[in-house]
Design a protein around this ligand. Structure first.
Ligand SMILES: O=C(O)CCC(=O)C(=O)O
Length: 314
């Protein structure tokens, strides 16, 4: 797909194009292999279930993304809001714990669209999707924005991502969380539980969802075993602006409220291995269906990296 088609007259739907369309990064200079993670980074990911502090955006690129973020924080509304898969101005419903959460904004602006194709992200994802470390073709699943306003920014309750994604299978998914502001203990930095990517039920199933509104931070503890509770030792990511963490689809993660004087905003990218199938005849995302058993592909699930592209540059 290479031509942008309007969703409603005058509102382009960038999901109709499966390559970068804007000026967030220079595509011609793209030499895929230079974006590979080191073996140490890959080993850390498989040991802990996450990898921290990978620089993926410059502060200037973060500011370009933050320009587009304004559509989601009240005030100016984007004319294509109906294209979003989800939009919660405050997912918790509690005015003292405000969490803005959106999905599907890659369809709305060039910068959000291109972020999904960022070489520094997709090459690493390709390396981390297979425990063997063999690079594998990668498809985009969806994006997410999480913003916590100053002083009364809300929690994101501890969870495993795949608990929300069993409508796609097999589990071969990965998340990249990009900090658009420096993250600290005070502003609600993302935290991880090392080793929790091995916490499953009934022969490999994820833990059940315990809080769909992300509000009740500790609700996950009601379903953990004594051993899991004993090993519940959070590590703070302390990501700097422009740094990313890569996490396994079963890595337990979450974040507390923002009590600082500044907003804490993040852009999250979710991917899966090419070949993952739909596991439902119902909606996969708002109005988007793929029959159960069929491969996830087409307009909404672009191929963002194939190791063949890197080989072709050598
Ligand atoms: O922004 C947050 O604190 C939570 C983000 C999250 O759940 C994720 O990156 O998968």
């Amino acid at each position: 797909m290479s031509t942008v088609v309007d969703f409603i007259p005058g509102v382009p739907d960038y999901s109709t194009v499966h390559k970068p369309v804007g000026s967030l990064f220079d595509v011609d200079q793209c030499e895929w292999n230079k974006f590979k993670l080191s073996q140490d980074q890959i080993d850390t990911f498989w040991k802990d279930g996450f990898l921290l502090n990978v620089p993926v955006l410059t502060p200037q690129q973060c500011d370009m993304i933050l320009e587009d973020y304004r559509y989601f924080l009240g005030g100016e509304k984007h004319p294509g809001m109906d294209m979003l898969y989800e939009y919660h101005s405050n997912q918790s419903g509690d005015p003292d714990n405000v969490l803005m959460h959106a999905l599907g904004h890659w369809r709305l602006t060039k910068h959000f669209h291109d972020l999904a194709f960022l070489p520094k992200v997709v090459v690493g994802v390709s390396q981390l999707l297979e425990p063997s470390g063999n690079m594998t073709p990668v498809r985009f699943w969806h994006d997410q924005l999480f913003a916590k306003p100053p002083k009364h920014g809300g929690n994101v309750a501890w969870h495993q991502d795949y608990s929300y994604w069993t409508r796609t299978s097999p589990m071969c998914h990965l998340t990249v969380h990009i900090a658009l502001d420096d993250q600290t203990e005070e502003n609600g930095a993302l935290k991880y539980i090392p080793g929790s990517h091995r916490w499953t039920r009934d022969g490999g199933k994820p833990l059940p969802v315990t809080d769909f509104n992300f509000k009740d931070m500790e609700s996950i503890k009601t379903i953990l075993t004594e051993e899991e509770k004993a090993n519940f030792k959070p590590v703070c990511g302390n990501l700097k602006k422009g740094e990313a963490s890569f996490h396994h689809a079963l890595a337990v993660h979450g974040s507390y409220g923002n009590r600082s004087d500044s907003p804490r905003r993040a852009a999250v990218l979710n991917y899966f291995k090419d070949g993952v199938c739909s596991n439902t005849d119902e909606d996969l995302l708002n109005g988007i269906k793929i029959p159960k058993g069929q491969k996830m592909e087409g307009q909404f699930f672009p191929l963002v990296f194939d190791p063949k592209w890197a080989d072709a540059r050598n």
